[in-house]
Design a protein around this ligand. Structure first.
Ligand SMILES: [Zn+2]
Length: 162
């Protein structure tokens, strides 16, 4: 008699839920819950501000988190937390912080990433990311000065073209 000891195979036609999908769902749930469930800071008023020392930190639900990561701007609005009525110092509460982390963790801040490619003749080439053209005035045939700062860092400076 044959014993059935094989591993249970998962049929291919069953949809697989990836960790990414789980994360997306978690964000959606957090957002919905955030709207329904009240923040633990909801009734907080006149808390001491860590920035100006006045007792003027109040609960708000219209904070905005705004950051530019590698070529991409992330804006999250309607976040809950505290805001100082005197100096405008802002603090995000736990659920807002969690949401911000979801969108920003693992992403490099600032700068634009691109790959160095070989162009032959012992030279290497660099394709500037498109996003750079939106923020800088770079034209074909522009001259640049490359200044090594260390063996991992250099400054690329555009020369004024007339
Ligand atoms: Zn303040």
């Amino acid at each position: 008699m044959k014993t059935r000891k094989e591993k249970t195979e998962i049929p291919e036609n069953i949809p697989v839920i990836t960790p990414e999908m789980m994360d997306k769902t978690a964000i959606e749930i957090a957002k919905r819950r955030g709207r329904k469930k009240e923040s633990p800071l909801k009734k907080v008023t006149d808390l001491q501000c860590p920035s100006c020392d006045n007792n003027s930190m109040d609960y708000v639900d219209d904070l905005t988190f705004d950051v530019t990561l590698a070529g991409e701007r992330v804006v999250i609005s309607n976040l809950t937390g505290l805001k100082c009525t005197k100096c405008s110092e802002e603090m995000f509460d736990a659920s807002s912080t969690k949401l911000i982390e979801k969108y920003t963790t693992g992403r490099p801040t600032g700068g634009y990433e691109c790959n160095i490619s070989t162009v032959g003749g012992g030279k290497i080439g660099l394709y500037f990311p498109k996003d750079l053209f939106r923020v800088m005035k770079i034209k074909k045939s522009d001259k640049v000065v490359l200044t090594p700062v260390s063996n991992r860092k250099m400054v690329i400076e555009l020369l004024n073209s007339s």
